[in-house]
Design a protein around this ligand. Structure first.
Ligand SMILES: Nc1ncnc2c1ncn2[C@@H]1O[C@H](COP(=O)(O)OP(=O)(O)O)[C@@H](O)[C@H]1O
Ligand SMILES: [Mg+2]
Length: 248
């Protein structure tokens, strides 16, 4: 098998004295689409921050075979002060290595990338709009366009589905599925039931991590791992809960 893009071995992560992740091991292989689930406070965001290089493990090891610039990252929550006088297009451009200078002098190739990112997130007509005049969902789409504008090898999304409306949520997942043909994706989501048709494998994070090399998971497993049980309320066939969600 190819070398993984990222390999984490027996990793602990703590904030000051509080240990948040214990003995976590996972390898992220090229073209995987991992859905990361787990209860609030279970350590999903902490794991993501280690993966993108913002936090260091307290023990254990993490190895990257990719560069930081190969990772597109959409952090959890609002990351922008929406009073900052900047347009949608400028935010998206800031996802390219040369960042905001792009707005002033960008090459044809760079402009093409920005246009494509705006197009696939449905933001073309809002390109010049100041971000302070966007809805929550539009701002989230802007952040997604920013995270993908450089065509990263690894795309890391921490609950990108929080502020978006139902319709865009479906578009978002199907967009991610398309992007997965070119890039590896890590997606933290509350709603494993909805994302399961799109993802390839599942990581349950609740202080420790259980990796499932399939997009199905049984209710028994969820219970053992103390994972969120939202899907139990959706599904009717206990062992095939994920299969209940192919409803398009
Ligand atoms: N910067 C921080 N300093 C101290 N504790 C933190 C910090 N960030 C998160 N935590 C704690 O770490 C635990 C895991 O948080 P987090 O990784 O955000 O979980 P999740 O994303 O699964 O909701 C929580 O108990 C949270 O309060
Ligand atoms: Mg989180």
């Amino acid at each position: 098998m190819n070398k993984p893009l990222i390999e984490i071995r027996s990793m602990d992560v703590a904030y000051k004295k509080q240990k948040v992740l214990r003995n976590v091991s996972i390898s992220v292989f090229e073209k995987d689409f991992i859905g990361i689930i787990g209860p609030n406070g279970g350590g999903k965001t902490t794991l993501i921050k280690v993966i993108v290089g913002l936090l260091k493990p307290t023990s254990g090891a993490i190895e990257w075979t990719i560069e930081r610039s190969d990772i597109g990252y959409l952090p959890q929550g609002r990351q922008l002060d929406d009073k900052f006088p900047i347009s949608v297009k400028e935010v998206v451009a800031s996802g390219l290595e040369r960042g905001l200078r792009m707005g002033i002098r960008s090459s044809i190739q760079e402009r093409k990338k920005i246009d494509e990112a705006l197009e696939r997130t449905g933001l073309t007509s809002l390109r010049s709009r100041p971000i302070g005049e966007l809805s929550g969902g539009e701002l989230q789409r802007t952040m997604l366009a920013r995270a993908t504008v450089s065509s990263p090898r690894l795309l890391v999304l921490d609950e990108p589905d929080t502020h978006v409306d139902n319709q865009f949520e479906m578009e978002l997942y199907s967009l991610l599925k398309d992007l997965n043909a070119q890039m590896t994706i890590l997606l933290v989501s509350h709603d494993i039931g909805t994302i399961s048709p799109y993802i390839k494998t599942i990581a349950c994070v609740n202080r420790n991590l259980h990796y499932h090399s399939s997009n199905e998971i049984t209710n028994e497993q969820l219970k053992i791992y103390n994972c969120p049980i939202e899907i139990i309320t959706h599904g009717t066939v206990p062992h095939r809960v994920m299969k209940e969600h192919k409803q398009f």
